[in-house]
Design a protein around this ligand. Structure first.
Ligand SMILES: Cc1cc2nc3c(=O)[nH]c(=O)nc-3n(C[C@H](O)[C@H](O)[C@H](O)COP(=O)(O)OP(=O)(O)OC[C@H]3O[C@@H](n4cnc5c(N)ncnc54)[C@H](O)[C@@H]3O)c2cc1C
Length: 448
């Protein structure tokens, strides 16, 4: 039976993706402006869409695969995040990032498969270690409460038989140049990426086997044995679709009232001068996640292809069920970025932020993905629950695997999650969630 899905809302990203803005103009891809036939259409060129296209190209080498992205490549959330691909539990809803033991063991195994998958792509397509590097992750505690969070997270890691290394204040200062952190925790399994360069370079690598179109939002799908997928100027006819649009899956009419659209925000400095770099000290490339999930993430990236030596801070969460934040809302959170930056980097006072932006995440109340076949020939790789760099990669890879091979063991594991729970009605959800977030951020103290 054929059916028409009209896309209710297209993605709108607030502020420039700083990670992309500091790169030299890269390769661009055309806008779809004709009618073409394909075997597969992947919608959305973020972590999930790129992974889906890659896995399809591995499993169905001779097929025609089309990848459609609404915006310019690397402008969406996958190109504007903090760049941590984390293997270990990182549950944003929890006080310490930890979840239940059995669930965590499964998630670690799956996350590592996704990081390996991304690592193989990175190697094959020649991404340098500044774009994808297995550098591990450091979590920093600035308060006694943060130290407790680290201790309790370590006990959880002991239970999972995961190794880690504790860092004292001196080691944290040797890494970052600053005196802010009292303790740190290093775990080796994470990767760090330059997110915009990652998206662009993976897309360039894939383009030998995948037809990529940017600035080509899908506005309608007429479903049937062969689906007709329309963009403003073109169409693709294909029997199979992978929807890799994270929270925007709701704009396609799926999962109404079950997805939470969380925003978080980042600011990036201008390039530091040689004198400022000297005053800062520490190592040239590092990232520190906050011990309190409501705290501030900081990254320093040094001179990747002429981008200069820059610091980035990320903090604050807001729930915006409209899936958009206005520039005025963005401006409201920026004082927290400036405060976090000035408190950590007193030796750099007066260094201006050059890029400021916000970006979407998608969560479900019970922290489960939206994964599987939604309608005949339409597969979903969405709702990444906050760890989207790794879970997006995983869900894209597995959605492709499911569409081609059916229920492989890993696909079955990913299918075993419950459905996302129904959300409380508005305005209770938004008012309640935003008040809770503000309260938790206030409790985070100088971890924020
Ligand atoms: C500031 C910030 C920091 C973050 N830090 C981290 C981090 O360090 N580690 C981590 O794991 N996660 C982080 N995240 C979250 C992470 O970026 C997301 O979870 C991740 O991008 C989700 O990947 P995805 O591919 O599923 O979806 P997206 O990255 O949202 O990609 C979906 C794509 O679909 C496109 N699209 C939507 N609708 C349509 C349409 N109608 N037609 C065509 N295309 C469409 C969008 O333009 C988008 O490019 C952060 C997010 C932000 C905003």
């Amino acid at each position: 039976m054929s059916n028409s899905i009209r896309v209710k809302k297209l993605p709108k990203d607030t502020g420039p993706a700083g990670w992309d803005a500091i790169l030299r103009p890269g390769r661009s891809f055309p806008e779809l402006d004709s009618t073409i036939r394909a075997d597969w259409v992947v919608i959305g060129a973020g972590f999930a869409g790129l992974a889906a296209a890659r896995r399809l190209s591995q499993l169905r080498g001779g097929d025609k695969i089309v990848l459609l992205e609404a915006a310019q490549l690397a402008q969406g959330p996958s190109g504007r995040n903090s760049g941590f691909m984390i293997d270990l539990p990182h549950e944003l809803n929890s006080e310490t990032y930890a979840g239940g033991q059995e669930e965590d063991l499964k998630q670690i195994r799956l996350n590592r498969a996704a990081i390996d998958f991304a690592g193989e792509m990175a190697e094959e397509f020649g991404l340098g270690s500044m774009v994808f590097g297995r550098h591990g992750r450091v979590t920093g505690a600035a308060t006694a409460k943060g130290e407790k969070h680290i201790q309790s997270y370590c006990s959880h890691l002991d239970g999972l038989q995961e190794s880690y290394q504790l860092l004292d204040a001196e080691a944290m200062q040797a890494l970052t140049g600053i005196e802010y952190y009292r303790h740190g925790l290093f775990t080796a399994g994470a990767a760090m990426i330059q997110p915009a360069a990652y998206v662009r370079e993976i897309a360039a690598g894939l383009s030998k086997q995948v037809a990529i179109f940017e600035n080509s939002p899908v506005i309608e799908i007429n479903t049937g044995p062969v689906h007709r997928i329309s963009t403003p100027k073109g169409q693709v006819e294909a029997p199979k679709i992978i929807l890799a649009v994270n929270g925007h899956i709701q704009s396609f009419g799926f999962l109404p009232k079950r997805l939470m659209h969380l925003f978080t925000y980042a600011s990036m400095t201008r390039a530091l001068s040689a004198d400022e770099v000297k005053r800062l000290g520490g190592k040239p490339n590092w990232g520190v996640l906050p011990a309190d999930p409501m705290g501030t993430t900081v990254r320093r990236v040094s001179d990747y292809r002429g981008s200069g030596d820059r610091l980035t801070v990320r903090n604050r969460f807001t729930l915006n069920q409209s899936m958009e934040v206005s520039p005025a809302e963005l401006r409201r959170v920026l004082k927290d970025h400036d405060q976090a930056f000035n408190a950590r980097f007193p030796m750099l006072s007066g260094v201006a932020m050059e890029h400021r932006w916000g970006g979407r995440l998608c969560l479900s109340l019970n922290s489960v993905p939206v994964f599987g076949e939604l309608e005949q020939g339409i597969y979903s790789a969405a709702c990444q629950n906050g760890l989207g760099a790794v879970k997006g990669t995983l869900s894209g890879m597995l959605a492709a695997e499911m569409a081609v091979e059916g229920k492989t063991p890993m696909v079955s594991e990913y299918l075993a999650y419950d459905a996302p729970k129904r959300l409380p009605p508005e305005p209770f959800l938004s008012v309640g969630a935003n008040m809770t977030l503000r309260w938790k951020e206030w409790r985070a103290g100088i971890e924020l």
